[in-house]
Design a protein around this ligand. Structure first.
Ligand code: TPP
Length: 207
């Protein structure tokens, strides 16, 4: 594990006793709890790769290209389909690109759950620490933005419990997890039109 990842005391102190976990393991556990129709939006890079590796559901959307768009795209899906539960997976560096979306999301009565995979680094582009890594608590930020029930998951079982409760709730919530610096595993097809069309069929807006 890199010395810059979530092993430094400064990072540990801002997230309490949360265990350092593995993105793929958590993604698999999350997918295993789903009932079937939930839309799942993966962010650019590793969250996307591990979502692909956890099983290629037609209700999954794999963001390519720009950081920070998983949560905003998921908000759009949640607004368009209020009966559907929507879950978005994003990296901590990517969220920094669109931090304001948390306030926007909190202002909608929403069927949306946000999962924040926090390794403290921009893993996929070389592992540099994010500017927030040593000083900012993303759960405190989310709570102050209005996502009041947001929380750190302490371990894998706590993650499953908290994410299932958040998905079932009628308000948007962010669940953050500390993760290690493992790269994502899957290799999603890099064809935006194909990803879009499959997702549209998966959520019933394309025959
Ligand atoms: C707007 C934008 N800036 C920069 C990049 C290049 N880039 C792609 S992924 C990435 C790092 C992502 O970091 P994070 O979201 O923390 O995920 P991790 O790689 O740590 O899993 C960067 C800098 C990009 N794709 N889009």
């Amino acid at each position: 594990m890199s010395k810059r990842a979530n092993t430094e005391p400064s990072a540990a102190s801002r997230v309490g006793n949360a265990k350092v976990m593995n993105r793929l393991e958590l993604t698999r556990r999350l997918i295993a709890t789903l009932k079937g129709g939930e839309a799942v939006i993966g962010g650019i890079g590793n969250t996307n790769f591990d979502l692909w590796a956890a099983g290629q559901r037609p209700q999954n959307f794999y963001m390519l290209g720009s950081m920070g768009l998983a949560f905003p795209i998921a908000l759009g899906v949640a607004i368009a389909q209020p009966q559907r539960r929507v879950i978005a997976l994003e990296g901590d560096g990517s969220l920094l690109m669109q931090l304001g979306c948390l306030s926007t999301i909190a202002s909608f009565p929403s069927n949306l759950t946000l999962i924040l995979m926090d390794n403290g680094i921009y893993q996929i582009t070389g592992g540099r620490p994010t500017p927030a890594a040593a000083r900012s608590d993303v759960v405190a930020i989310a709570q102050d933005c209005g996502l009041a029930a947001s929380a750190w998951a302490e371990d894998e079982e706590d993650f499953v419990r908290r994410s299932a409760a958040a998905v079932a709730a009628d308000k948007p919530t962010l669940i953050a997890v500390r993760i290690d610096d493992s790269p994502g595993v899957g290799k999603p097809v890099r064809d935006p039109a194909q990803i879009r069309e499959r997702f549209k069929r998966g959520i019933g807006v394309r025959a």
